[in-house]
Design a protein around this ligand. Sequence first.
Ligand code: HEM
Length: 210
Amino acid sequence: MARDLYYHTLPARILHWVNAANIGLLTTTGLYIRDPETFPFFAGMDIARKIHFIAMYLIIYGILIRIYYSYVSQDYRELLFRIRDIKGFPALVKYYLFLSKELPDYGKYNPGQKFLYNLWAVLVFFQAFTGFALYFPNVSAGLTRMLGGPLLFRQVHFLLTWVFIVTVALHIYLSFLGGWTVVKSMITGYFPEGEHMQPSSEPAGISEKI
Ligand code: HEM
């Protein structure tokens, strides 16, 4: 009989939802700041900017604490994308294109997940870099000019926002495709032993807590 494994620890779950909320706030406020008529998510520019400025500090702390936690808990061993993970991509792509029904045993996270989670940390760094350059134009004037000017920084900041939007949408879609068990595991922490985190044509097994 399948047992429930303790899959996501409490700090990992809290950081997941805190970071998710901040990315959501940064994206929606950012789009509003860019073009309030096309993205009328907020009541005014003042409140949107305030939220953006609070969330930008929170996401930086959130990511730094997550990196620190992955070191102390040692879960970076499962999370860190390594060059050798590239070899796992063809089988994963075949599976997602319905060309194969089997997935290799990748361990806790498949190469696509690892790549995405690592990419988000890098993207937040670039968002912070371009964002702070826009935030403190006097301090960053020389550097900004050298690297292409504030307009370019603004466009890069905006473009990376769309990378977030597309990849977060993909992440949510694949999580729900994996089933409620997958989504629930990020709330309760538990996941049935032997089940794949990836979408499966098999019905989810009945699980039992340990
Ligand atoms: C992580 C640190 C970040 C900093 C320091 C930062 C800072 C800023 C600043 C200063 C602005 C200009 C606000 C204004 O003109 O009133 C801005 C705009 C914006 N931010 Fe951020 N931000 C950060 C993260 C993010 C993230 C993670 C996203 C989305 C995922 C995002 C999306 C946007 C968008 C779409 C705009 C509007 C850009 C435009 O007008 O073209 N920001 N940000």
